[in-house]
Design a protein. Structure first.
Length: 557
């Protein structure tokens, strides 16, 4: 139920914070007082169109906020709402309460659910499960053929069968999609030959992902071997092998130093020793370089093999890469695709057989479901028609038409509620009925019959009393109270019979102060409520007969 509604700077409302109760809530007031302000505010909370024109003159923004509590009878609906919130990343309901808020500014509007910002479309989808607005408004879920089918199925106790049909339809669609996808995988002989060639080309290379870097380093060294030999040989000759080499020149100087040693033993000995070591080191260095040159073996065949291997790797990378790992992954994809195609014929046959079995089962269940719908629909239509007679449509006709439709998740039926207000009028789909007053009373009749089946907790009726008076007004009031046993009902009314029937009664009034008009709303109790009923009876407030009649109406509760 809508526990609380807060409105700020919306149209003629400056500030309004009001609590509502369970059952039937009636809203009254003089013509033009602004009784439909609750409709406008709730429409905003339900994701309706928001425009800057809604902002009270002189204010920069307006807002509507509401608290909806889902009691124990709506456990299943609470789970659905929490699931929708979780999927959207919004905190779940705390203490079974849902917080809705809509803020409108000159530049646009913002919507919030449980403190999280959402789109207006999400808000509308959410509130389609919570609020039904009936009257000169568009949010009337009972006008949707799918909703009508769901109500018929609930009334007939067919929801388990519908669930089974839905499951079969899902399975059948999945098998058909798989079959079509596999069928699309078919290849021409040329395409198959190309795939096999590509796979063979990769497999024959016997690739190792990490081989490329190691091979490149070996090839780099091998391809430079000739130059390395030439450099090393030249160095060895210059150091120790050629005439007048470094080693020979140092030997000549060593002989000179030995003469110096004979002439000056104290200083010459040390110099001779150092030079002898240097000569020995130079000769060793020359030998090492010569050995290095001799050990550099140029294997032209190995060099060519490495070069060919590197060329192959580059070619494969260009075709299937850009890396060797990518080439290997390409091979696996080709291998998998070829394996699927080779087993395609058997798999296709298996899927065709499964599709045929599911289709037969689906058609069988759809047939049973359609048969049950056609069996129960006249009973439901008759019950609704009788309610319409009680509500003043003495000659109205109501029927439920069921036509064959394309197979879908709910079977093979198209369900439509049809209505004619008067004798001689052609039956029309309910959604095409023009009169908002007629729609509202038809909705009330349907809601009364299907009150146990309808899971929407909040129902708002506007103009339900259009062209209604006398005993019919009492009947309408009784029907509203009956719906209020299972749902929270709001009725904006001009009829004292309906106003007096409410568990709660609210008065909307308009006042002028400082040349500004303001609309207010308050709950009536006791003497205040009695006086409002008297006013609605069109009598003087002190009229004994009117007071007695008003008390009688209030006591009829």
């Amino acid at each position: 139920m809508l526990e609380n509604l807060h409105i700020r700077n919306l149209a003629l409302v400056t500030e309004l914070d009001i609590d509502f109760g369970e059952g039937l809530n009636t809203i009254t007031g003089e013509t033009g007082a602004g009784k439909s302000l609750i409709i406008g505010a709730v429409q905003l909370l339900a994701g309706g169109r928001a425009t800057p024109a809604s902002i009270r003159k002189g204010a920069k923004s307006c807002e509507a906020a509401g608290v909806i509590r889902l009691g124990k009878p709506f456990d299943a609906l609470l789970k659905t709402i929490d699931s929708m919130l979780e999927e959207a990343g919004i905190p779940p309901c705390e203490e079974r309460r849902l917080l809705l808020r809509r803020v409108i500014t000159e530049s646009g509007s913002r919507a919030y659910v449980n403190g999280s910002m959402v789109t207006a479309s999400f808000l509308k989808t959410l509130c389609d499960n919570l609020i039904d607005l009936h009257g000169p408004h568009d949010n009337q879920t009972l006008l949707f053929p799918n909703r009508q089918m769901a109500l018929l199925d609930t009334y007939a106790g067919l929801l388990p069968q519908v669930k089974e049909v839905h499951q079969l339809h899902t399975e059948l669609a999945a098998v058909q999609a798989e079959r079509e996808a596999l069928k699309a995988e078919g290849l021409t002989p040329e395409e198959a030959d190309l795939l096999e060639y590509q796979l063979r080309e990769i497999d024959q290379a016997e690739l190792v992902p990490e081989e490329e870097e190691e091979l490149f380093q070996k090839y780099k060294l091998a391809s430079n071997s000739r130059h390395l030999i030439e450099v090393a040989a030249a160095a060895a000759q210059a150091i120790s092998e050629n005439e007048n080499s470094i080693a020979d020149q140092l030997g000549t100087q060593l002989r000179n130093l030995r003469e110096l040693e004979q002439l000056d033993p104290n200083h010459g000995a040390a110099l001779v020793t150092q030079l002898e070591e240097t000569v020995e080191n130079v000769r060793d260095l020359g030998q090492q370089i010569a050995d290095y040159a001799e050990n550099l073996d140029i294997d032209q065949e190995e060099l060519q093999r490495m070069e060919n291997r590197l060329d192959l790797l580059q070619k494969l990378k260009r075709k299937y890469g850009p890396t060797l790992s990518d080439v290997l992954e390409t091979a696996e994809r080709i291998r998998t695709r070829l394996a699927n195609i080779r087993g395609r014929a058997g798999k296709l046959e298996e899927l065709v057989q499964k599709e045929m079995e599911l289709k037969q089962l689906f058609e069988k269940h759809c047939g049973k479901l359609s048969q049950e719908r056609r069996k129960i629909s006249p009973k439901l239509a008759k019950a609704i028609e009788e309610k319409l007679h009680n509500l003043g449509f003495l000659r109205a006709a109501f029927a439920i038409s069921i036509k064959e439709a394309s197979p879908g998740p709910n079977g093979t039926d198209a369900v439509e509620f049809d209505f004619a207000a008067n004798v001689g009028e052609e039956m029309q789909p309910l959604r095409q009925v023009a009169s908002s007053g007629e729609i509202a009373r038809v909705m009330l009749a349907i809601k009364t019959v299907l009150s146990d089946a309808d899971s929407i907790p909040i129902m708002i009726f506007d103009e339900i009393d259009a062209n209604v008076g006398g005993r019919v007004a009492v009947t309408v009031a009784q029907e509203l109270k009956a719906v209020g046993q299972k749902h929270q009902v709001f009725s904006i009314t001009h009829l004292p019979q309906i106003a007096a029937a409410g568990e709660q009664h609210y008065l909307v009034a308009k006042s002028v102060a400082d040349e500004r008009t303001t609309t207010t709303m308050k709950r009536l109790e006791g003497e205040g409520r009695l006086q409002e009923i008297v006013r609605m009876l069109g009598a003087d407030k002190d009229s004994p007969a009117a007071l007695a009649h008003a008390k009688e109406l209030l006591n009829m509760k």
